[in-house]
Design a protein around this ligand. Structure first.
Ligand SMILES: *Cc1c(COP(=O)(O)O)cnc(C)c1O
Length: 368
């Protein structure tokens, strides 16, 4: 049996006709940027998340960057981010001329450990980016409490959390403004790049929209030195089709995760924490930890099971961030996670036998 790390084929097979129709509709209408597909998607996704505004942009990185620009992050500012996240979270801060300040996650949830934020706050700190890593909402109440004490803005990097729920509210509605990515492999993915910003602030929505459209508020009138970052009509039309299935697809990931949590029982494989009812985890990835991670990886690879390390090198040890001069071992939890973590297959359309096979193969793994 071959089980790829992820396959988008089963999901796209089921909705093929609707995607074809969406493509034809856009082509026939002959408008490809700033048209009604994007506007409709924005209002549908805003409704889905339970916020007033959604603004489509070109990708998730831009979504974070544009929010930071809109809230005024600039040279010499500091922005707190988790020490284990995808590099986009940090790059968005760097693009503003600001410095990402890494705060360790909890080893249990992989998300920002709010109790460690205060010690990293300085007079230059302006904001905290809460990342809902792997589809698990961050500990928002604790993060907001600290932000409130120090007068900081909280924003979400919800690129892995479409449909995730925290205390009855959707990711995207848990902070001042949230960034989503529609990279094809995300839980809600386009057939190419895409992203959006959700917010209840009319001011931020308008500013982000202008910043992503050459800083223009109306045609050939430029109020900011903006950039070009727009969600095109074709991707918006595909996303409108896929949004209607998001909850079903997430439920199916959750069911696979529930089986993994129940049936994987190898003592050398550490399972992700069982989140309580406050957290609607949507398992963008299902990551286990193992002290002999590379051996587990090869054992699964020999059985034709795809795995990925999310992420093998923590950000402070990446060459791109050597200018921050953060020495090895200074962020031990991020380093421990990067040394031990391994994501196993989880995607809509995975067959029962494939899930059985992954479970049996992980359980059969023995340290040599
Ligand atoms: C995917 C991702 C991004 C970036 O999204 P792109 O659309 O690839 O630019 C940002 N943050 C996190 C946590 C991600 O997983």
């Amino acid at each position: 049996m071959v089980v790829p790390f992820v396959s988008l084929e089963p999901m796209h097979r089921e909705i093929r006709e609707e995607l074809d129709a969406a493509y034809a509709r856009v082509l026939d209408r002959n408008q490809f940027i700033n048209g009604e597909e994007c506007r409709n998607f924005e209002s549908e996704f805003a409704d889905y998340c339970g916020v007033k505004h959604c603004v489509g942009v070109a990708n998730g990185l831009d979504a974070i960057y544009l929010i930071l620009r809109a809230i005024g992050i600039t040279n010499n500012d500091e922005v707190i981010i988790p020490s284990n996240t995808f590099i986009a979270t940090a790059l968005a801060v760097s693009y503003c001329g600001a410095t990402p300040v890494f705060v360790e996650p909890s080893i249990e949830t992989y998300n920002l450990d709010a109790s460690r934020i205060a010690e990293k706050i300085t007079t230059r700190t302006k904001a905290i980016i809460a990342v809902h890593l792997q589809g698990c909402p961050a500990d928002m109440d604790s993060i907001h409490a600290i932000a409130c004490d120090y007068g900081l803005k909280v924003i979400e990097d919800a690129a892995q959390a479409h449909g995730a729920i925290y205390k009855g509210r959707h990711a995207g509605a848990l902070s001042y403004a949230a960034a989503f990515s529609f990279y094809p492999g995300k839980n809600l993915g386009a057939l190419g790049d895409g992203g959006c910003i959700t917010t209840n602030s009319t001011e931020i929505a308008e500013k982000v929209r202008a910043l992503g459209n050459y800083g223009s508020d109306y045609k050939y009138h430029h109020i900011y030195k903006g950039t070009n970052s727009r969600l095109d009509e074709m991707q918006a039309a595909f996303l409108r089709v896929k949004l209607r299935y998001l909850d079903t697809w997430n439920a199916s990931r959750r069911a696979i995760a529930a089986r993994y949590l129940l049936e994987i029982n190898n003592p050398s494989v550490h399972l992700p924490i069982l989140v309580n009812q406050d957290y609607g985890h949507i398992y963008h990835v299902f990551a286990v930890r193992c002290n002999r991670r590379d051996e587990l990886e090869s054992a699964l690879s020999l059985k034709n099971i795809g795995t990925i390390k999310h992420y093998p090198i923590p950000l402070h040890l990446q060459q791109a961030y050597k200018d921050l001069h953060i020495p090895k071992e200074s962020l031990p939890i991020a380093e421990e996670i990067s040394r031990t973590i391994l994501s196993i297959p989880i995607y809509y359309g995975m067959k029962r036998e494939e899930v059985d096979y992954v479970i049996d193969s992980v359980n059969a793994f023995r340290l040599l």
